[in-house]
Design a protein around this ligand. Structure first.
Ligand code: PMV
Length: 354
């Protein structure tokens, strides 16, 4: 059985947070759902690897429906946190990251009580679809509620960031800016909402493309790029300009302007990855075919642009009338395993009776 790093083994009798667990006074089993987010100007480079502090700001949108549902059940009988992800015991790497968030929550709550944690992803892991962003945003939201800790959304984003940098952007819904921040303790490196999903109700088609050989996890990839990619510092400089451009496009609801900067920033990140030694090649053949298809559609007047994180899958952001044309055009590409037609959505929220 898996447990976090600060105490000895702690079997969870039923293999999941059970309703019969001994919940200390003032604490309650709590559940939260958080969405994935996709960056329009990317985060690829850290100034602090422990605290997940970025070298540059980034801008993202939250994607409705896909994400993580997490239940946190404080239990005074446990010697260490125990966790299931999609009904399987979490591995040691995941537990270390979960442990960082849970330690911060216990410190805020002034308790040593550990918890059972159960996370269920509605998004496939390891396809480059930001399942760690939704996972740590949901954990931060559920754990603070379970331990009776009252944080505002900015503070919650700082907590989620401890597990995964991009998770801070899944606390708020809609369009989100993650500030680089200047302080060493990271207290000013937080996410803020710049427009709601209702302010600009864009759609998205998630083009799921199966994983090839084992990919390099983002933290390791960022270290390698910083150390070896000749384009790394140019990319970081570009991000400052691209974030300003994204903010201008979002403020003006200028879809064409947003598409131009988002595609350029995505390709600049992947150029930096490709020039890393050894090269980080996250794309499959289908990834490239989807990019060409989206560009062909756009040239024919369809309002759509693509973006891709550290994996083969592609997110196509669409104007409302473009979803059918995009789905039809990319759905038949060999290597595309599934399409999810969705939209820009809300942020992390508590779910009753999880
Ligand atoms: O938060 P992490 O460590 O999973 O890194 C996310 C990195 C990218 O998804 C590639 C870019 C981004 O801004 O989300």
């Amino acid at each position: 059985m898996t447990h976090d790093d600060d105490r000895g083994p702690a079997p969870m009798p039923s293999g999941r947070p059970s309703s019969g667990a001994i919940v200390p006074e003032g604490m309650q089993r709590s559940a939260a759902f958080a969405p994935i987010n996709i960056a329009l100007s990317k985060y690829w480079g850290k100034r602090d690897h422990e605290r997940n502090l970025p070298l540059a700001p980034s801008v993202s949108v939250c994607i409705a429906e896909l994400g993580t549902l997490t239940i946190v059940a404080p239990n005074q009988d446990l010697d260490g946190n125990v966790m299931l992800i999609n009904d399987k015991p979490a591995d040691q790497k995941a537990l270390v990251r979960v442990g960082r968030v849970m330690r911060a929550v216990r410190a805020l709550a002034g308790t040593e009580v550990r918890a059972g944690v159960r996370a269920v992803n509605t998004v496939p892991t390891a396809q480059g679809l930001a399942s760690s962003a939704s996972a740590f945003a949901a954990l931060a939201r559920a754990a603070t509620a379970a331990y009776g800790v009252d944080l505002d959304d900015s503070e919650l984003s700082g907590l989620a960031r401890l597990g995964s940098g991009s998770a801070c952007r899944s606390i708020h819904g809609g369009f989100v800016l993650w500030q680089r921040g200047e302080l060493d303790d990271g207290s000013d490196s937080i996410a803020e909402q710049i427009a709601t999903a209702e302010d600009w109700p864009l759609r998205a088609v998630i083009v799921h493309i199966g994983e090839g050989p084992k990919k390099t996890p983002s933290g390791e990839g960022m270290r390698l790029s910083a150390a070896t990619s000749p384009f790394f510092s140019a990319f970081i400089d570009t991000c400052f300009r691209d974030v300003s451009e994204c903010l201008g496009a979002i403020a003006g609801r200028d879809f064409e302007r947003l598409g131009v900067v988002a595609e350029a920033n995505c390709l600049a990140m992947h150029a930096t990855m490709l020039a890393t030694r050894p090269g980080l090649l996250y794309w499959q053949a289908a990834t490239v075919e989807v990019m060409h298809t989206v560009r062909r559609l756009r040239a024919a007047g369809v309002g759509a642009f693509f973006t891709i994180d550290a994996g083969p899958s592609v997110v196509v952001i669409c104007e409302p009338g473009a979803v059918d044309a995009v789905s039809t055009a990319v759905g038949g590409i060999p290597g595309v395993v599934k399409l999810t037609r969705t939209r820009v959505g809300g942020g992390a929220h508590l779910v009753p009776n999880g």
